[in-house]
Design a protein around this ligand. Structure first.
Ligand SMILES: [Zn+2]
Length: 183
């Protein structure tokens, strides 16, 4: 596992989500992110905000408390979306190993905020933001998938952008080969 401090790593932006001060990530997942970034146009860069976070310790306690509070607020705001709570507030593998990362987009040097209110951003706002940056979002998602990442099935979590590194040699399983033009 590698520990990355805030800043740049081979051109990849590293911006740990508060209050974390660094990001822990497996070496192969980092290579996957670098490969994914290499496939993007120069004006579009990846920014990593979260990797492995231990359940123990102060950060683990903090995330747990925020999650509990978040679930209460989410329930109150979105009574019709109870079935999404696990997907949105679960640890989603961040507490298991450094193959689970959250990625954000930097376009022309500016970070794209697809979820200005975090996971509480109303779905309609999410759609509007995604529509405005549809091309950049699609490019990043395709590039990540091509380089061995699975995107999260929940639309809100997928904007986070939560993805799981599954390795680089399983493209056939991902269905992406069907999207490529036939030879
Ligand atoms: Zn995540």
């Amino acid at each position: 596992m590698l520990t990355l401090q805030r800043g740049r790593h081979h051109g990849l932006h590293i911006a740990p989500r508060w209050p974390a001060t660094h990001i822990q990530i497996e070496e192969d997942a980092l290579q996957g992110l670098l490969d994914a970034q290499a496939r993007l146009p120069a004006e579009l860069r990846l920014l990593v905000t979260r990797g492995f976070e231990s359940r123990q310790g102060r950060l683990g306690d903090f995330r747990r408390r925020v999650r509990r509070l978040g679930i209460r607020v989410f329930r109150a705001c979105y009574p019709g979306r109870h079935d999404e709570i696990d997907a949105i507030f679960g640890a989603n593998g961040h507490d298991i190993d450094g193959h689970h990362v959250d990625v954000s987009l930097v376009l022309h040097g500016k970070r794209l905020r697809l979820l200005p209110l975090g996971v509480f951003t109303p779905p309609r706002w999410q759609d509007r933001r995604v529509a405005r940056h549809a091309e950049a979002v699609a490019l990043v998602k395709h590039s990540l998938q091509y380089c061995g990442f699975d995107l999260h099935h929940n639309p809100t979590e997928a904007l986070q952008i939560h993805c799981d590194y599954r390795g680089s040699n399983q493209l056939a399983d991902s269905g992406i080969l069907q999207l490529l033009p036939k030879p």
